[in-house]
Design a protein. Sequence first.
Length: 252
Amino acid sequence: MGVLFMAVQRKMNATVTTVSITITGIKGGKNLVTKKGVKQMFRNYLGYDLEMSSIRDLDLMDMETMLEGDDRIKEAEVYIDNKDRLYIKIEQRVPILRVFSKANTTYYLDVDGNEIPAYRGATIRVPIASGNIESYDPRLLEEKADSRLKDVYKLAKYIHEDEFLAALIEQIDVQENGEVMMVPKVGRQKLDFGHVENMEERFEKLKILYKGGMEQVGWRKYDVLTLKYDSRSGENGEKAYHLIYGQRRKKK
């Protein structure tokens, strides 16, 4: 009992010897959170630097709560080992889309549909969505909601989870009628996608075309590739898919 008491007292009176900060990186882009930024967050929160701070003064659970209150951070863990070293482990949210809304606001959406503020100097390489899109409201992403924000989120999530599409799609533009036009990173063709529904079949056709067909027809032949529903090829007036077709490039 006495030894335990002395050990606890020694621990409480000790100071932090070193601070180790680990941040789970974002694949293919800059981090939303930096080690320098984390230290500054604690400096603002505690009023002093973490290095050489007294262990007695540190509330580890409170420190975790403070970190997880940041919209960029999904989960945080803070602990001290038996050598008085302070460990801070941070898992960042993973942005999959940057939105420029019709109200001139900008923000990121993460893979779970959460908003991440667009901080100055922290540009993440993800597709951009613009046009007729609402400002962020989590209610717009609910299953029963009918919103353009929900449409682009579903589209961006599908693209993010497909390695080929993630490397291909650069921009998503939502028009006034809710239809989507996409811009690829390669070639000069725009992709007229139409409304966001039954994405799997259309994207599979697109992947087949890019993986082999475009070399046959020529990369400069078309201005627009159309993947959307069209009733012209349907029977009895029902909607049906056109196979991908192109609008020819106009001669100058």
